[in-house]
Design a binder for this molecule. Structure first.
Ligand SMILES: Nc1ncnc2c1ncn2[C@@H]1O[C@H](COP(=O)(O)OP(=O)(O)OP(=O)(O)O)[C@@H](O)[C@H]1O
Length: 291
């Protein structure tokens, strides 16, 4: 099982939104991180065969998916960012409808739907109208539809939006379990969504792949680049204009600002151990500084 993204570019008219993306994926989770507008959803739509690259190729087990999308579509599960459910259907009806659209036979679909409702903790609400569901419950229905065909490639685009902290953790654990025998691509701009579950992380920024690495290596790269500065609150705006501030906590002795910077930002700043969030900000800000 192998997905190869080879020198992929994408332009909408004269607007170039992806530049020469190069990635090779095998089973496991890839966390795709990037700020808003970096090109994550565009890349995912191309992987899901909804759009074609302007240049380069994407191959699934050796087959170019722009020329021959059928095999991948058969093995694909996709939860788009703007996934919507039909409010006047219940989860059972909705999943039966989606199963029919995916070409599953009703007999195999029924069994799979029961399993998925159970897996996603929706069995009790199987007959309740989707219009009455919370954001998190709708998202679980979205995840269920993406798993109907037991996909070999699972693509989930910003899946944790609308989930409460407990649901986020449950979802992370579910993806981790699912990734043992399939390729899972999870796009997000929230670092904690992929921390602890993604053995590989790709960072996109302004349409470029700025980093493909492991979380451990990313954190190592940001070693000696994270500082604590305690400043009066009036100085915070100025500091944020000059530096990447990953957090600022107001305390009785001033604002405790966590700064990501190659150089010590002030004589009294003290070094801090780096986190994945710092490392992500460091990777994105260093490319910003170079371009
Ligand atoms: N159909 C389109 N036509 C023109 N420009 C587009 C189209 N789709 C996306 N873009 C542009 O491509 C760039 C990348 O957008 P994309 O949605 O892929 O980023 P993203 O990383 O997923 O961001 P977000 O986290 O905000 O969803 C943006 O500048 C966006 O405006």
């Amino acid at each position: 099982m192998e997905l190869i993204i080879d020198n992929v570019t994408k332009a909408y008219g004269s607007k170039q939104v992806l530049h020469g993306i190069q990635l090779k994926l095998t089973p496991g989770i890839l966390g795709l991180l990037g700020p808003n507008g970096a090109g994550k959803s565009t890349l995912m739509r191309m992987l899901a065969t909804i759009e074609k690259p302007t240049g380069g190729t994407i191959t699934w087990n050796g087959v170019d998916i722009a020329k021959n999308p059928d095999q991948l579509r058969f093995e694909l599960g996709y939860l788009p960012q703007d996934f919507g459910v039909y409010p006047n259907m219940n989860p059972l009806e909705f999943l039966e409808y989606m199963a029919a659209m995916k070409g599953l036979t009703m007999k195999s679909a029924r069994k799979r739907i029961d399993e998925l409702l159970d897996l996603l903790n929706l069995s009790q609400d199987r007959k309740r109208l989707l219009g009455s569901f919370s954001g998190g419950m709708k998202q679980r229905v979205g995840i269920a539809q993406s798993l109907l065909n037991d996909p070999s490639l699972l693509i989930v685009d910003e899946p944790t939006v609308g989930l409460d902290p407990e649901e986020r953790i449950r979802f992370r654990n579910l993806l981790s379990t699912l990734s043992s025998n399939r390729i899972v691509i999870l796009s997000t701009h929230i670092v904690t969504d992929i921390e602890s579950i993604a053995p590989h992380i790709a960072i996109l920024s302004t349409g470029r792949l700025v980093m493909y690495s492991t979380p451990e290596k990313l954190i190592q790269d940001a070693d000696n680049k994270v500082w604590l500065s305690i400043i009066p609150s009036v100085g915070l705006q100025n500091l944020q204009e000059k530096y990447t501030v990953s957090s600022a906590i107001h305390r009785s002795d001033g604002v405790h600002a966590r700064i990501v910077s190659d150089l010590k930002p002030s004589p009294n700043a003290s070094p801090l151990p780096s986190s994945l969030e710092d490392a992500y900000l460091y990777a994105v800000s260093s490319i910003g500084a170079r371009s």
